[in-house]
Design a protein around this ligand. Sequence first.
Ligand code: PMV
Length: 347
Amino acid sequence: MGTEFTTQWTSPSNIALVKYWGKFGNQMPENPSISFTLKHSVTTLSMSVTKSSVGTIRFLFEGMENPKFQDKISKFLLTQQIRFPWLANYHLEIHSSNTFPHSSGIASSASSMSALCLSLLSVDEFITGKKFETKEFFKNVSELSRIASGSASRSVYPGLASWGESSAIPSSSNLFASQFSEAHDVFKDYCDSILIVDDGEKSVSSRAGHGLMENHPFKDQRFLRAKNNLIKLIAALKSGDLNSFTEIVEEEALTLHALMMTSIPSYILLRPESLWLIEQVKKFRLEKNIPVCFTIDAGPNIHLLYPQSYKATVRSWIEAELSEKLVGIKWIHDEVGPGPVSVVEKC
Ligand code: PMV
């Protein structure tokens, strides 16, 4: 029998400013987090469904079979069979590709899992004939994405997205993310240049890192500090206070890595080049009086965050000076983006 329905979504990655690190229950965050949704670092995923006597999946990543990713998706879909009973009677053909290389310091699970869940919900609407209102649709996608990969819940929204309970954002929930639209204009098109010092697979996964927070000696202090940092960051985002933004964002990045270094067992994902770059960013900021700051994901690569008005200056510093001093460094220039886009939907 031929394909009944095909949907295709492009969904972005995101970079957290206050970090989600530690969870409980069914992927609930121990503390609230907030992130910039990126523009150019995206996953495009198409899903075609065909009636079948048993539920099956074929997954191609960048045109090639990928048993590791296929297994991850199959396991996730197995957990969703009660919610989507039709999974038992359809064959799913899934094709996925990224605009950015693997392990480049860009959270590929955020873009890929949100793209998967957007497609899954579109297929569900087609099969059940039950169409959600736009707002409800994205809320459901965010909730589903959260179960696949916590940070993916935030990729569903443009600009800034928060996830987790906080007195600073009454609408923010542990179950799904929501858009934070009260930020000062300077943050609407903020830039993120990702400096890649090592694009190898990281030695300790984020899943293992979250697990180590359960018995972490500093866990209570960390969760409290993150909650307070979110409150302070929301104030800075609203007022456009770039000094306070810098202070909180850099503290969050260094704390994330300090938590890894003090886990039991401990581990280090930063490289000597990461530390060198941090020093250079601080020096550049002081000497040129430019509000550029760094953040770091769970890896060695450094994200440089700066206002759009400093784009030319910061990018020429990276391309001319940094690249000369740090041979082999690569970079990806990104910025805050508009969120997921539905590319095609056909029967
Ligand atoms: O969504 P996960 O399980 O891959 O965890 C993401 C953790 C960080 O990227 C380090 C922080 C965050 O909030 O995105």
